[in-house]
Ligand binder design. Structure first.
Ligand code: RUQ
Ligand code: CUA
Length: 663
């Protein structure tokens, strides 16, 4: 058995080698230019001053962030910090944002972001929030599409490698998080060799508050100890179900590349969350102790709070009979995709060079008929023939992910053969194929995970680029490729480099977002405890060895800008309010020798950084964002006296104490 598998494995490896290194491929990339239709340039050209028609949100992978691009131009607008510190925006550096990165493991300054997904109403993307998962220290974040800032992060307990996440149901009822690694659940000290039967896989359903988007874990399923890879919600007729691919149903704990690929079939797990909701209402499940962070940003306080939660509702499959089934699916499937009608559930074979297409209608019938083929840990396994709609044989090598248009077509990426294949789901017929450069992972059609894909563009996200761009040392950029899919044949329009490694992306028509974008924070609504509403309120207060500076900034000065009475050994808090109430006028501030980042402060916002002066002297600070013609004049001084000196605290602007004249 093992040797057979090893030879298959070697075959796959050699295919990777041949495909990526064959000289013909390099020629292909050059001659590809000629293959571009003459008007491709026109199709991606967005004239200076004009706007793109779509937003694309590409995950940053190991950068931990989320990048915002315009389509069709491929222009990068913003990198939204989510799971990693970002000195450019002071995220994870300012006192107000540090709580966002707290976890049960303490402050974690880095994350691995994978799958963004936009909130939905009635099966269509609604442009309110975008969610994204963190794979390494399991978390889900919610980002506001008004402010383009991370507003909330919830940690997922009992989970490890939060990969089949973060997909949203069609009315944003739930967002799911699945575990890639099965682990002791709850965690405990035990021998790794005893994994089989003892580790479990957590599948977490997080309720989304319909008004504010706030996340709260509703329940956690304690599934068998397989690996769970990807997931998608049912929609339309299959709304109320969630589907997860599994691999390592062997429950191997070492040399996974061989030992987790022994079984000819793994499963897609079908989970009827509506039914589980009912069970929960009737008291199913058990509250179990857990430790997980819930961090929430407040746009009025301009501050995040961090809370540790202490329990979670755990449900064993045997508590919810009739709610969970396994659908046999070709070996180690990766992507798990559901078409816009909700009828077809597709397992992307990865190792099998084969796509398994299951039918939701057949699945329901099979359940009614009890067409079972045994069970796994008490979960019924449905008979393959009773649920399978068909197989798409050999469409390419290494199928990973599928998205859909509204015309009944699916588009699947093939990692090993580096191509996107368009096929008709109902007829199981390949219609078109197009090379990508190279080794494509996910692909994205705006609105792809919904009933109503916006099917003009397709973005392929490639893992390897080699010769596609100017070389930049050993690290070569990752790349996205834009296709026009409105015609019969896919048309390659554009390559653009990406931030980190884009695992997945979400896209939406620009109209859904652009008119509601936040322009300023109203000073009158600022409830930050150190906010100042005008210069007269600015001040410096000593509390023991802490010095709190309530400072303002406006074009083009700080108030106060001369401060004395600070001593070596003090901890100085700069609480800085940007008094501007105009769009696009942030100011920045930094202090010589501060062991933190600059602050970049939006109009109406208050933000804090700390500085612990080590040396006596007169030390400057300045505005870091070129804000006006007099930006270079926007600066100030702080006098630092020796420890124990009796220079009193004083603070002035142009020789006056701010606010004094009025009194
Ligand atoms: S995946 S390895 Cu989304 Cu294909 Cu993460
Ligand atoms: Cu304010 Cu530069």
């Amino acid at each position: 058995m093992k040797t057979i598998f090893k030879s298959i494995f070697l075959f796959v490896l050699s295919t990777i080698f041949v495909v990526s290194c064959a000289p013909s491929e390099k020629k292909g990339s050059k001659s590809n230019k000629g293959a571009l239709a003459g008007n491709a340039a026109e199709k991606v050209y967005v004239a200076p001053g004009e706007h793109d028609s779509h937003y694309a949100f590409l995950s940053g992978g190991f950068s931990g962030q989320l990048a915002v691009y315009g389509l069709p131009s491929g222009r990068l607008f913003k990198v939204i910090p989510v799971f990693s510190q970002d000195p450019e925006k002071a995220y994870g550096y300012s006192e107000e944002t540090k709580p966002m990165l707290m976890t049960s493991h303490g402050f974690v300054p880095w994350g691995d972001s994978h799958h963004p997904d936009i909130s939905q109403t009635k099966g269509s993307v609604d442009g309110r929030w975008i969610f994204i998962n963190e794979n390494n220290t399991p978390r889900i974040a919610r980002i506001s599409l008004e402010t383009f800032e991370t507003e909330e992060i919830i940690e997922i307990p009992n989970s490890a490698g939060n990969h089949p996440s973060s997909y949203v149901t069609e009315n944003s009822e739930y967002i799911v998080a699945g575990t890639r690694f099965s682990v002791p659940f709850p965690q405990r000290d035990m021998s790794i060799n005893d994994m089989k039967g003892n580790f479990k896989g957590a599948m977490t359903f997080i309720k989304i508050d319909p008004d504010h988007g706030h996340m709260d874990i509703a329940f956690q399923l304690r599934m068998p100890g397989f690996s769970y890879d990807l997931s998608h919600p049912g929609r339309g007729k299959s709304h109320g179900w969630f589907f997860f691919t599994t691999y390592n149903t062997e429950e191997a704990n070492s040399l996974m590349e061989v030992n987790a690929s022994q079984n000819d079939k793994d499963f897609i797990a079908a989970i009827n969350w509506k039914k589980i909701e009912e069970y929960v209402k009737n008291g199913a499940g058990k509250k179990m102790p857990a430790k997980y962070a819930h961090n929430v940003w407040d746009d009025n306080k301009h501050t995040a709070t961090h809370t540790m939660k202490k329990e979670v509702l755990v449900i064993d499959p045997k508590d919810v009979p009739g709610a969970i089934y396994f659908l046999p699916t070709a070996k180690s499937p990766h992507g798990c995709d559901v078409d816009p009608t909700g009828e077809y559930i597709i397992g992307n074979g990865k190792l099998a060079a084969q796509m398994t297409i299951h039918s939701f209608t057949k699945m329901i019938k099979a359940i009614e008929d009890k067409a079972f083929d045994g069970d796994a840990y008490g979960i019924p396994i449905l008979k393959f023939d009773a649920v399978n709609y068909g197989i798409l044989p050999n469409p390419g090598l290494g199928p990973l992910h599928t998205e859909f248009d509204t015309r009944g077509n699916a588009y699947t990426t093939f990692f090993i053969s580096s191509e996107v294949v368009k096929w008709n789901v109902k007829d199981l017929k390949v219609l078109d194929r197009h090379k990508v450069y190279y080794s494509v992972g996910h692909l994205m059609i705006p609105g792809g995970n919904s009933r109503t894909p916006d099917d003009k563009y397709l973005v392929a996200m490639n893992k390897i680029t080699k010769d596609r761009y100017l070389p930049t040392g050993p690290e070569v950029c990752q790349s996205a490729q834009l296709f026009d899919i409105s015609g019969e044949k896919m048309e390659l329009l554009l390559d653009f480099p990406t931030i980190g490694e884009p695992h997945y992306a979400a896209g939406i028509a620009a109209e859904m977002i652009k008119n509601k974008t936040k322009k300023i924070y109203k000073l009158t609504e600022n409830t930050h405890p150190y906010a100042v509403k005008n210069e007269a309120e600015t001040k410096v207060v000593r509390k023991g060895n802490e010095v709190h500076i309530s400072m303002s900034m406006i074009r083009s000065h700080f108030s106060p800008d001369n401060i004395e009475g600070v001593k070596v050994g003090d901890k100085v808090f700069f609480h800085v309010t940007n008094l501007e109430q105009d769009y696009d006028v942030p100011h920045g501030i930094s202090m010589i020798g501060a062991n933190t980042s600059e602050l970049l402060i939006m109009p109406g916002r208050t933000t804090t950084f700390t500085w612990e002066p080590k040396e006596v002297g007169v030390w400057p600070f300045y505005c870091t964002d070129f804000c006006s013609a007099l930006h270079q004049e926007m600066q100030g001084y702080i006098r630092v006296s020796p420890k124990g000196s009796n220079v009193p605290i004083s603070f002035t602007l142009d020789g006056d104490i701010p606010g004094e004249e009025e009194e």
